[in-house]
Design a protein around this ligand. Sequence first.
Ligand code: ADP
Ligand code: ADP
Length: 225
Amino acid sequence: SPTLTARHLHARYGGFTALDGVDLDVPPGEVTAIVGPNGAGKSTLFHCLAGTHRPSRGQVLLGGRDVTRLAAHARTRLGIGRTFQQLAVFPSLTVAENVQVGAEQARVRDPGAVERALRLLGLDGPVRASPAAGLPTGTLRRVELARALAGSPRVLLLDEPAAGLDTAEVTALTRVLKALAADGTGLLVVEHDLDLVADLADVVHVMTAGRIVASGPPGSVLDTL
Ligand code: ADP
Ligand code: ADP
């Protein structure tokens, strides 16, 4: 898998500078985490990497393509998968149908991709046939992640993946994400839960006021916060 690379990203809302020159690599086979206080620019950076916020300057490159210039379907087909901070499943579709959408959007034709994603997230039991509406948050987060995985992403961007999960669910999530990284996927996680970051991340970037102010393995970086 290629590295997702942000170069000299700047982003503005009117006159307000939300990103002030961010350089970042999301390499394959690693979990990269972004932490920092509210308002630091984490969500804006996430949206630039996901291609849903056009930076005012700079590039986001994957395999030689600038993803900030691509339409959503092109980014998905290029191999960028994501989840959402506000859960975004289709409530009237079943769990399995939601995951199928992920394969279709990415034009993944391997019929096994959906089943593998369901199995990896423990959604291959009876719950697969349940409409998503009304399922607990932890299950919906798993559905979202399975939908992203069904698209066989090379880079997976996760916005607060542990929000609303209980301890057991966080443990299970950690195991799944580590397995994906070990398989060669590049993972980027924006996460408030620093214990999870310490468990999960290979590299942590600390953001403050639109800049990355510290980077390194969690053991060295998180101790300074
Ligand atoms: P974080 O995710 O670290 O909390 P954000 O990227 O959401 O940071 O926001 C960075 C800064 O940009 C904050 O001061 C926020 O209020 C501001 N901001 C974010 N989105 C908008 C917007 N759509 N319009 C104006 N200001 C925004
Ligand atoms: P998130 O971290 O999901 O962006 P927020 O509560 O920070 O959650 O923001 C929710 C929405 O409001 C986002 O779309 C964000 O861009 C927008 N937003 C955040 N701060 C501001 C702001 N100061 N002015 C206008 N919109 C904002």
